[in-house]
Design a protein around this ligand. Structure first.
Ligand code: ZN
Ligand code: ZN
Length: 229
């Protein structure tokens, strides 16, 4: 039971770890509040209530877009090459994004300000400029996710749980067979994870973690953080 409560406690931090995209807000407290969803709370805080310089706010949004887009590409084995309105609508509808990106401080519909670019971080805003490369995943990190099958599962698992929690407005705090079965049944995962080379039942190697992308493997260790703090 002790182990279980550790998992639960770690999972509460899952949103914070996943929100790599978001700087930690000092006044933020994950305790309390019935039905509280750390992912959603952080997003809202960072993009609306929390006042910070407009350009930095734009970077937060850009990091959320990059995070969602990379997860979408990996899960679907795609490489989206333009951030069209249709792509943004898909990312939103499938809960890779929590809300339609809006350019901070700008009026009207501003999601078209965000463009993929061939240089730097790979994303820019037509008003606030390019996201610094140091705030985006680097090539080595991206390759690690693509080439290491265990890291690939960890990412898809963390993506699936994030999307599922957003879609259902739930706060699942434990990786167990019941949750995995629901994720598969509803199309958030292609199958119950198998830790590569470890056989049936090795889904239990995947556990919630405090750092990185919020999931780790007891055999291969945690995948790298997707987007640096
Ligand atoms: Zn901007
Ligand atoms: Zn593993």
């Amino acid at each position: 039971m002790k182990k279980e409560s550790n998992v639960v406690r770690n999972w509460v931090c899952f949103g914070m770890a996943l929100s790599v995209i978001l700087p930690v807000v000092s006044s933020f407290s994950p305790a309390g509040a019935e039905g509280f969803n750390p992912l959603d709370a952080l997003s809202k805080k960072a993009t609306s209530a929390w006042k910070m310089p407009e350009k930095e706010s734009c970077y937060v949004v850009q990091r959320q877009i990059l995070d969602g887009l990379f997860r979408y590409n990996v899960f679907n084995n795609l490489k989206v090459d333009a951030l069209t309105p249709a792509v943004l609508r898909t990312l939103l509808a499938q809960h890779y994004l929590e809300k339609m990106p809006a350019d901070p401080g700008q009026r009207g519909s501003t999601s078209s300000h965000f463009k993929l670019s061939a240089t730097g971080s790979g994303l820019l805003c037509t008003v606030h400029g390019a996201l610094p490369a140091s705030m985006a995943p680097d090539r080595k990190t991206l390759q690690a996710f693509m080439q290491n099958p265990c890291f690939h599962w960890q990412l898809n698992l963390s993506t699936a749980i994030t999307r599922f929690n957003r879609a259902k407005n739930e706060r699942n705090t434990k990786i167990d067979l019941a949750l995995l079965a629901r994720l598969v049944e509803e199309g958030y995962l292609s199958a119950i994870p198998v830790d590569p080379g470890q056989g049936v039942g090795s889904w239990s190697h995947y556990q919630a973690s405090r750092g990185g992308i919020g999931v780790t493997c007891t055999r291969h260790g945690p995948a790298p953080e997707l987007i640096p703090h």
